[in-house]
Structures are given as C-alpha cells and as structure tokens.
Design a protein around this ligand. Sequence first.
Ligand code: 13P
Length: 379
Amino acid sequence: MKMLNDKWLAALVAAGCIAAVAAATYGCGTGSGAMLPILCWGVVLAAGLFWGLTTRRVWRRLSERQRYRFLFWSYAVPFFAAMPTVELLFAETLPQFDRLGLKLATAAATGLTIALIYDFIHKNRQNMRKKIVAGNWKMNTLPAEGVELAKGVAAGRSEVCACVNFIVCPPFTHLAMVAEALKGSDIALGAQNCAAEAKGAYTGEVAAQMIAALGCKYVILGHSERRQYYGETSETLNKKMAQAYANGLTPIYCVGENLAEREAGKHFDVVKAQIEEVVYNLTEEQFADLVIAYEPVWAIGTGKTATAEQAQEIHAYIRKVLADKFGAAADACPILYGGSCKPSNAAEIFAKEDVDGGLIGGAALKAEDFLAIGKGFAK
Ligand code: 13P
C-alpha cells in the first residue's frame, strides 16, 4: 500500500477538525444561522493545522507526546476563544453558550477528537513501514553449513507473516552458494561489507559491483565491529555508501554507542554524529533506499539487550535526526534494532513504534531462532 504522506495526513486531520467543530456546534443546540460562521472558523483552524502538519519546522521537531498536546491545544484553545465572537454575533440564537462549563467541555471535546483522529491515522501509518529481520552471520559457518542454514530459513519461511522481509548476510565466500539455495524464495541476500573503491589494485577487498553480481540486494555498512577492529571512519563509509548505491545495493547503515558512551549519557550525540557525518551526505533519492540499524555496542553478543523502552527512545531520536534533514521521508525509513535480539525478546522490542525489525547476530545462525524472531511481528 502506498505510504500515507504528510499532505494526506494533514488533509484527513483538517477534515476531522471541520467535522468535530460541526458536531460540537450541533451538540450545543445552536440554530442553523450560527452554523456557517462556526464552520468557517473550523475551516480556518483546519487550514492552520494543515500548514502546521506539512511544515517541517513546526511538526517534525515535536516528539509524539508533544504532537498530541499540540493537536489538543491548537484546537481546544482557539475553539474556546472563538466563542465570545460567536456569542456577540448570535446572542439571540445561542443561549446555551452562556455557560462557561459547556464552552470548556465543547472546546476540550474538539481538541480530544482531533488528537484521537491523529492517533488512529498515525497507528495505521506506522504499520506501513517495511518490517525487516536481517541476519548478520559475521565470520561464522563453513560454506556447506551456510547453505544448510539458508535452506532451513527458506523452508520455514511460510510459517511467518509474509509482511516480514527476511534478509540473510553470509560471509563473502558463501554468497554465490547461498544465492543458489535461496532461489525461488523471497529471502533477500546481503553482504556484510564492501570496498570503498570501485575496482583495481586493492588486495583482499571485495567490490560492491562483485557482490551485486552475485545477487546481493543489501550490504551492511558501518557495523561497530568494522569501526572498532578495522578502523572504519565516516570518511571511508561515505565512499562505501557511494559504491553501494552506484551498484544498486541498499545499505544497512549501522550506528550505536559503546558502554562508556552510554554510561556518560552521550549515546544521543554519538548516533547523531554517525548519522550527520554519513547519512546527511545522501541525496533524497538515496535516502529513500536506506535501512538504519541501531546497535548499542554493549548489547552485541553480550546477552545484554537494550530494554524495549531504551530502544524506542533512541529509535525515535534517530528518526527525528533523519527528519531534520529529510523531512517526511524519515517516516518511511526502516530502523532496525540489533544486539542480543532473540526469540524471547524480539516481540516486545518490535512492538515499539519506531522499531521496524532487527539485525540479528548469534540468533541468526539457527534457522529456527531466526524465523521465531520474525514471528515477533506476526501478532
Ligand atoms: P548479536 O545478536 O549476536 O548480539 O549481534 C548483533 C549484531 O551485531 C548484528 O549485526
């Protein structure tokens, strides 16, 4: 289904506003002569809100909670403020508006109605984002074992909701064989890295062009293990991203803080910098074809998982940082969680609004577990 864009959302909320104002007016027993100006007032409010919702600066910078408040007050207050004008004009026909309590209740009902309409639309919107469960096999399995693993995933795939997009990322050496094993299934293939250069005298490197030729659709870039053990910097990653896009690969760009950074409360700044230094250099078209994976280093392979609340908090923050640059397109960008994700905790984490799936390490090495993680979505 096509993504509900901001203009549609705004139009729906605005229409809801007019309906709410009309209903509130009707509920107060006003005569038909008063309906027209009140409806006009509703249209003005609706237009103002449409502007607010489609203007990046106003809407994009608000958190979800602030958005509800914004909607509530931006309807309730002007509605209440409009009452004296309406009363002045229609003193005869509006006897019931004399009562303060009634006015307040009407204004509050209007604000609440709008906030609820937004809530309803917003929940449906979130479901439209791509759900992804990606397996990062790291430096594990021999080729034959990798083929078995891929076959196992393909065989059990039908037990999981078709709405989940599975990706497996084996070592380079297995790609061709795993591609063969996955033929006929809807499981996508990804690589764990690619070279920063297109081709040439770079001993030991594997070009994006090569992995694309083997059938890869995705490539993991900026994994913390590559940043930490192989000194990958934002500068290198910018080049790798360019290579990925030039060869039709979708990057799964990893961000995340280490334990010391988390303990020092610097995690927001760390992920922000990792995004600004690389993702901000993408074109809008490239950004539309990007997956982000948030992987706190302290949770990778340690058995320590971020709580669902911690994940949601930083995923929402990442989306806000993305929105600051790319606006509404940030709503469509899948943000995966990675770090000791397993069948027992996936459902709780995936249930969070801004978590669109997982990048799985250890648990991706067992077809059963990997598929069970995918079931975390099928609620
Ligand atoms: P674990 O799931 O083993 O913690 O690894 C996460 C990861 O690094 C995926 O890229």
